[in-house]
Design a protein around this ligand. Sequence first.
Ligand SMILES: Nc1ncnc2c1ncn2[C@@H]1O[C@H](COP(=O)(O)OP(=O)(O)OP(=O)(O)O)[C@@H](O)[C@H]1O
Ligand SMILES: [Mg+2]
Length: 267
Amino acid sequence: MNATADRALASAATQAEPILRVQDVGLVYGSSTVALDGANLDVPKGQLTALLGPSGCGKTTLLKIIAGLIEPTAGAVYVNGKPVEGPGPDRALVFQDFALLPWATVLDNVAFGLRARGVPRKEREETARHYINEVGLSGFEDKHPHELSGGMRQRAGLARALAVESDILMMDEPFSAVDEQMRRKLQEDLLDLLKIEKKTVIFVTHSIEEAVYLADQVAILTRRPGRVTKVIRPDLDRSGDVDVIRRLPQYVELVDEIWASLKHYVE
Ligand SMILES: Nc1ncnc2c1ncn2[C@@H]1O[C@H](COP(=O)(O)OP(=O)(O)OP(=O)(O)O)[C@@H](O)[C@H]1O
Ligand SMILES: [Mg+2]
């Protein structure tokens, strides 16, 4: 394909109807805590959108609104053009600690969301084994969360989220509790997984590097009351290995550009 056709395709991709639209969303907690005010965001299908912003700016709140766990006090969220009115099988939310059930095995934890959906036991277990294998946890099906390392628990949580086979996966700082080596491995594995799974992912992180490395688009939020102030599309050549990507001039420039947008929030 020639460069012109490539560009035309890329432009068609960015103009495509988003799978998810956050429109003028506001959220007031109680009588006075304005967490979000006028938040707008389009999330393209099959891409990873990272949310970056100062602590307390409303990122988790926004994920909960998208998940349908809390209702916005203004505006609305649309999935494929339909307003979100509560939780649904099209959206799965993964919390930072993955909230694994401590008394249940890896297999039961991964199959858990399917039981709630009435999937028969045999099928649940087959699906769970498939995703356990996909995240690299084969052989640990019968272990309990306390018998796993932090990184393995994250993988189990990811397998559980994948097992419900929602199109949209929301992840709230999923890799923030593991060490840097494990974090890098999980990031690479997530990108590999997404090549197979083709999910739409909304990923909250505090790490600019993580956002630039993982995301097709990075949405930057302002300090509370949060709203999206800037959307950047890294458009990196990800064909090389992670160390090559992190040294690309474009990668380094993007990290600097985003830091320039965020640093005044910490001054
Ligand atoms: N249940 C709640 N009741 C009242 N206020 C809340 C509630 N949850 C969050 N808030 C407030 O709303 C604001 C946004 O919180 P939120 O957890 O969405 O931020 P965040 O961007 O996820 O922060 P962090 O980066 O620290 O996780 C904060 O000021 C927080 O104190
Ligand atoms: Mg949060």
